[in-house]
Design a protein around this ligand. Sequence first.
Ligand code: ZN
Length: 407
Amino acid sequence: MPSINPDRLLGDLYKLRTFGTYKTGVHRPTFSPEDVASRQWLTERMTEAGLDAQIDGIGNVIGFTRASGRKMLAGSHIESQNYAGWLDGPLGVIYALEAARALREDKATGDAGVDVVAFCDEEGHFGSFFGSRSFIGDIAEADIDKAKDRTSGKPMRDALKDAGYAGRPRLKIDPRRYVGYFEAHIEQGRTLESGNLKVGVVTGLVGLWNYRITAIGQQNHAGTTMMWERRDAGMTMVRLLAAIDRRFGEIKAARTVWTFGSARFEPGEPSIIPGRAEAVLQFRDADMAVLERMEKALFELVEETNRAGPCELTIANLRRSVPAAMNEGFQQAIEAAVAHHAPGLGIRMPSGAGHDAQVMAQVIPAAMLFVPSIGGISHHWSEDTSDADIVLGARVFCDAVASVLKD
Ligand SMILES: [Zn+2]
């Protein structure tokens, strides 16, 4: 099996941490000067690794192997959330780069190779998975025309121009080129740490469904309007949300999660009965049947509340991502590598977070592996993983990729 170089791997990760350092993490939002500089640095590292590297018209960084045999696409993303962690994204990109180098250096690997990719804006500063979706042909020019930075409001077109990427072609995948796609990521949860485990073999990625619920009542005086005559949109919403929470608790699967991320009453004054209320609800599960069951229950509850009065409710679906299953053969390859490097320390688990792998799974077989997150913390500058766990994960990753390519 090809062997990774731990110092080179850690050195690259430490180097990436210097672009936009914030405390022990990074602030490197998509197309910030630090992000653009890190993409440039990555192309140089790819070139040194013998890959033909380029940054395309949406900011995807791709290094193509010159190997003539079976090829794997591997990677993740390198931009960060605002003021967030150093490993969310870079870990998977540098694992892929190290695997590409290790395979190239190992004569026994023969003519197999790894293409390395850093998909742009996985963190959604401008949209939802724009980089990987562009790569599979799921982003139109009009989508880019409309996209704006969620923090600054800067149009994506301007950001691409300032980064120097405007006018470049957007690269599209040739699915026939690849055996599949491999992505490593920090777990961003506590399943591995709390079980003293080292590697998560991802079985599938959750679908994530978002809704906006709106209640319309009658805005009125909070002192003179008797309780029986009120049409209080706020109270109706609070009761509905409590009922949804109760019902979801009855019909959930083992790892279903739901969140009321936002609720707002209008006009939002102490002496005014709210005439309008709005709440945003999200639920996630890896099983389509569970998601459909949750949605059915949700619509029923909204309908019941509507019938009961005294407010009018509407519900709109904002997002409905399809859960993605990871390739079974790839999962077995990761498990075999775990058995070799860390016997008994792996576990099969779904991913509660979204990743580019679910986009890639729409066009080629895909796999993901997780390494432990200290304290389960992510999307925060204190996010971390021990060097030993990073190195172990890379060994498993590289072995799994090599063994799949050898088949
Ligand atoms: Zn990530």
